[in-house]
Ligand binder design. Structure first.
Ligand code: ATP
Ligand SMILES: Nc1nc2c(ncn2[C@@H]2O[C@H](COP(=O)(O)O)[C@@H](O)[C@H]2O)c(=O)[nH]1
Length: 396
C-alpha cells in the first residue's frame, strides 16, 4: 500500500457568509475553492455548494445538476483526479452514503458551455457494475414494444423497462408510471432544464424523454435496462456517458408498417400519416447514421425475437444467475477518512470491542464508471483488518 494520506478534508469551517452551525468541507481545484455545506436546520433539504474564485476574489453560486444528497449531520470530502470530489455522508443509509460532486469532468465542462454558468453535478456512488443497457429504436409501429414485452415476459428477473416521460395523452390501456410517466409540458421542460433527463426529443409533435432516474432505478434493482426511444434520443444517449447496446428495428416494407399502425388502431388518421412520414427519415438515419450496433428486420415476429435474443446472448434458455442487486455500505455516524493511492480508507470508530479488528473499510476508486448525470458505478468495497497491512476480506 502507499504512504501518507494524499488528501483529506474533514474539517468544520464557518464563515464565507454562511449561517453558523453549518457543516462544511472544502476542496481546491485550480483557482477555485469548492465549499460543500449541509445545514443542520430545516432551511436546506440538500447539501449546498458554493465556489470561491481566487482569481477574482468572488463567491459564485453554481448551477447544480443531478440528484442531490440530502442534508446530513456531517460529511467528509476527498478530491479525486482533480475533477470530482467524493463525499462520504455520515450516518446515512448504506446505499446513500457515497456521493460524487463533479466539478471539472467532461460532462461538467460541456454543461458549463451550454448553460454559460459555473456548473457542478452530483451523482450517487454505487458498488459494482451494471450490465449494459439496451437501446431499442425504430419507426412507430415496427414492433419495438411487442419485442420488448416478449423479452420482459420471458426474462422477468433479468430486464427492467426504462419508463419514459411524455406529453402525449395516454392510450386506453396505458397506465401512468408503467407505460409512461404522462407529464405536463411545462413540468417536463423544467425538469429537462434542471438536468434530470438523460435525453429528450420532440417526436411526432409531442415531447418524450428518458429521465436519469428511470434508467438508474432499473440498474439499482440489479436488472438490465431496456430503453424504447426514437433515433434522436438514441443519438443523444450515444453521446452521453451511458455505455449501451444500440439496436435498430426495421420494418420489412413501408406498406407493412402502415398496415401494422392501422391495425393497432391507437392513432387518428392524421397521426398515422405523420408517423409514416417521419418513419422514412428514421429508417434512413437508423441504417446510415452509425449510431446503431445492430439492425434487425421485424418481418416474422418469432424470427426477429430469436435474433434479438441471440444479440443479447440469450440463446434459448433463460439464464438463472444474473447479477444480484448491489448492496450498500453500512457506515457508522463517526468515522474518519483518508486517501492512499486509489484507495479511500474509512476508519469506523466503533466502541464494540469484538468489532475492533474489522473497523477499516477501503473503497477502491480505480475503476469508476459512468457518473453525472447518472450514477457513479464501479466502486469496490473491502473490509480491512486494521492490524494487518493488506486487504483481507471483500465485503459481500
Ligand atoms: N412481426 C410482426 N408482424 C405482424 N405484426 C406485428 C409484428 N410485430 C409487431 N406487430 C404488431 O404491430 C403493431 C405495432 O407494434 P408495436 O406497438 O409493438 O410497435 P412500436 O414499434 O412499439 O410502436 P410505437 O413506436 O408507436 O410505440 C402491434 O399491433 C403489434 O401487435
Ligand atoms: N427520444 C425518446 N423517444 C421516445 C421515448 N419514449 C418513447 N419514445 C419514442 O416515441 C415514439 C412514439 O411512441 P408512442 O408510445 O407514442 O407510440 C416511438 O418511436 C418511441 O420509441 C423517450 O423517452 N425518448
Amino acid at each position: 500500500m502507499g504512504e501518507a494520506p494524499a488528501f483529506c478534508f474533514d474539517n468544520l469551517q464557518n464563515g464565507f457568509g454562511l449561517k453558523p452551525k453549518v457543516l462544511e468541507t472544502s476542496a481546491d481545484v485550480g483557482d477555485k475553492t469548492f465549499v460543500i455545506g449541509g445545514a443542520d436546520n430545516d432551511s436546506t433539504s440538500y447539501i449546498g455548494v458554493k465556489i470561491y474564485d481566487k482569481s477574482t476574489g468572488k463567491w459564485v453560486i453554481p448551477t447544480v445538476l443531478g440528484t442531490k444528497p440530502k442534508a446530513s449531520k456531517g460529511h467528509s470530502a476527498i478530491l479525486l483526479n482533480e475533477d470530482r470530489i467524493m463525499i462520504i455522508i455520515r450516518g446515512s443509509t448504506p446505499d446513500d452514503c457515497i456521493w460524487f460532486l463533479e466539478v471539472d469532468t467532461k460532462y461538467v465542462k460541456e454543461q458549463r458551455k451550454i448553460l454559460g454558468t459555473e456548473v457542478v453535478a452530483w451523482s450517487r456512488g454505487v458498488r459494482g457494475d451494471a450490465e449494459k443497457p439496451v437501446v431499442i429504436s425504430g419507426p412507430s409501429g415496427v414492433g419495438k414494444g411487442t419485442l420488448i414485452n416478449m423479452l420482459m415476459k420471458e426474462f422477468p428477473s433479468m430486464f427492467g423497462f426504462s419508463v419514459s416521460h411524455t406529453t402525449r395523452a395516454p392510450r386506453g390501456n396505458e397506465k401512468n408510471g408503467v407505460h409512461y410517466h404522462f407529464a405536463d409540458r411545462s413540468v417536463m421542460e423544467k425538469d429537462i432544464k434542471d438536468g434530470k433527463f438523460l435525453e429528450f426529443a420532440s417526436v411526432h409533435g409531442n415531447l418524450y424523454g428518458t429521465s436519469i432516474e428511470a434508467v438508474e432505478a432499473v440498474a439499482d434493482s440489479g436488472k438490465r435496462c431496456i430503453l424504447d426511444i426514437d433515433v434522436q434520443g438514441a443519438r443523444s444517449v450515444r453521446a452521453s456517458s451511458l455505455d449501451a447496446i444500440f439496436i435498430f428495428i426495421c420494418p420489412p416494407t413501408m406498406r407493412e408498417l402502415e398496415e401494422r399502425l392501422r391495425a393497432r388502431g391507437t392513432e387518428t388518421e392524421e397521426q398515422i400519416l405523420k408517423r409514416l412520414r417521419n418513419a422514412e427519415a428514421e429508417i434512413e438515419q437508423g441504417k446510415s447514421s452509425g449510431i446503431f450496433d445492430h439492425i434487425l428486420y421485424n418481418d416474422n415476429l418469432e424470427e426477429c425475437y430469436e435474433n434479438l435474443k441471440e444479440l443479447l446472448g440469450l440463446n434459448g434458455s433463460a439464464p438463472t444467475n444474473h447479477k444480484p442487486s448491489p448492496k450498500g455500505i453500512d457506515l457508522p455516524l463517526n468515522h474518519s477518512v483518508s486517501k492512499i493511492d486509489n484507495k479511500i480508507l474509512i476508519n469506523c470508530e466503533t466502541l464494540e470491542l469484538e468489532k475492533a479488528s474489522k473497523n477499516l473499510i477501503a473503497l477502491d476508486v480505480s475503476s469508476l464508471k459512468g457518473g453525472a448525470p447518472g450514477r457513479t458505478r464501479g466502486l469496490n468495497v473491502y473490509a480491512l483488518d486494521s492490524f494487518s497491512d493488506g486487504l483481507n476480506e471483500k465485503l459481500s
